[in-house]
Design a protein around this ligand. Structure first.
Ligand SMILES: NC(=O)c1ccc[n+]([C@@H]2O[C@H](COP(=O)([O-])OP(=O)(O)OC[C@H]3O[C@@H](n4cnc5c(N)ncnc54)[C@H](O)[C@@H]3O)[C@@H](O)[C@H]2O)c1
Length: 369
């Protein structure tokens, strides 16, 4: 990736810069679960740049050591001495207790995201998402440590208004959605019952470099980039006018830093939408990709989209009303969509093409985070 390092770009925004300065003034030790994954590795990068100590706990089921290597790339060599990587499982209470005890903040990103994965393995994903999360809540309760966790807009399910608000409730459409919704209930209950300092950050369609290119959690942008590289048309389910809130990973990281430093006790026990605040149609996203493709001089030329029928269970519209997060801890997005697509493409361009030029895909979760 040739773009400026994320921590520099986030520091351009005064509200994020002041949160990062607060961290620098009083460095903390962070436990980042799932830190070898997409969002977790960017959080790790920004925290290390802000002089924090970071313990990454990851079972490397989908996480990559290369993500952590990329996270260290733009940082001074000494940053590596503040990073500890533990190969372990969030469901292992003993491991968790040992790490939580040594931490000031926990940012929970361990998980097996993707609707399809949960459809194929409801028990296994439940175990990680619900049992793992409850184990972590219990541990932070005992050690009195602030917990920030990655929630998901997939929990809105059938509540698919043009703008999603936190007080909306829908029927979850997959085990993954139910598991993420269960986390929010557990977090609220642990706040009320035990006073745990927990904040949920409900991410929408997070995009950026290091987002998975393969497997069940591959998103629509990654899939389209792969198709375009093979000279295949990008597949659009429906008429292309469905909307999603595509948001740069830097905004997810900014929200985590803001939530970690907020002094607003009223934020605890609640979950907040974290998105761009804009509804983008799939056709608009395709337009951004086409422009970025030309600007990056990629070949072959991208071809017009191929329209396929709507799929059962696909949400028609989703976008984040981010006013609650703004009011509670000053969140507003820093990196825009055009930049997000260009960043992702620059990173994708640098990835090796598979030997046969083809990539095997399962159906992508068209736009379900
Ligand atoms: N990417 C998105 O668009 C999006 C949107 C909404 C919510 N989220 C949530 O954000 C979190 C991070 O998502 P991501 O996109 O970075 O996913 P990711 O798959 O890249 O990262 C998840 C990480 O968790 C690790 N992991 C899985 N099971 C584990 C276990 N039992 N113990 C320890 N580590 C384990 C994986 O190895 C991986 O490194 C997830 O909870 C996901 O549900 C993501």
């Amino acid at each position: 990736m040739t773009a400026r390092p994320l921590h520099n770009r986030l520091s351009d925004a005064p509200h994020v810069a002041s949160a990062l300065q607060a961290l620098r003034r009083r460095p903390r030790r962070w436990l980042v679960t799932g830190g070898a994954g997409f969002i977790g590795s960017y959080l790790t990068e920004v925290l290390l740049a802000a002089e924090q100590e970071v313990i990454v706990l990851d079972d490397f089921s989908t996480g990559q050591r290369s993500n952590l290597a990329e996270a260290l790339e733009p940082l001074p060599l000494a940053a590596a001495s503040r990073l500890e990587v533990v190969h372990g499982d969030v469901r292992d209470r003993e491991t968790l207790d040992g790490l939580v005890r040594r931490s000031d903040v926990v940012a929970h990103h361990a998980g097996r995201p993707g609707v399809r994965r949960s459809m194929l393995d409801p028990d296994g994903t439940h175990d990680v998402h619900v049992n793992g999360f409850q184990t972590l809540l219990d541990s932070v309760k005992v050690h009195d440590v602030r917990l920030l966790y990655a929630a998901s807009s997939v929990s809105y399910g059938t509540a698919s208004g043009l703008l999603n608000r936190e007080d909306e409730e829908g029927v979850p459409l997959s085990p993954y959605a139910a598991q993420k919704a269960a986390n929010d209930l557990y977090a609220a209950a642990y706040r009320r019952a035990y006073g745990v300092r927990v904040i949920g950050l409900r991410h929408f369609n997070v995009i950026g470099p290091r987002a998975p290119l393969h497997g069940d959690a591959v998103g629509v942008l990654a899939r389209w980039m792969q198709r375009a590289r093979q000279g295949q048309p990008c597949e659009v389910y429906g008429d292309g006018r469905s909307t999603r809130d595509f948001v740069h990973v830097g905004n997810a990281v900014a929200a985590t830093v803001l939530a970690a430093t907020t002094r607003n006790d009223a934020a605890f026990g609640r979950v907040f939408n974290i998105g761009s605040g804009h509804a983008t149609t799939l056709l608009e996203l395709h337009g951004y990709l086409t422009n970025a493709w030309h600007a990056a001089a990629m070949s072959p030329q991208p071809v017009t989209p191929k329209f396929l029928p709507f799929r059962d269970g696909d949400v028609r519209h989703a976008s984040a009303d981010v006013r609650s997060a703004r009011d509670a801890f000053g969140y507003h997005p820093v990196v825009g969509l055009e930049e997000a697509v260009a960043d992702t493409l620059a990173w994708f361009k640098a990835q090796a093409v598979p030997p046969n030029g083809k990539t095997s895909f399962t159906q992508p979760s068209a736009a379900t985070p």
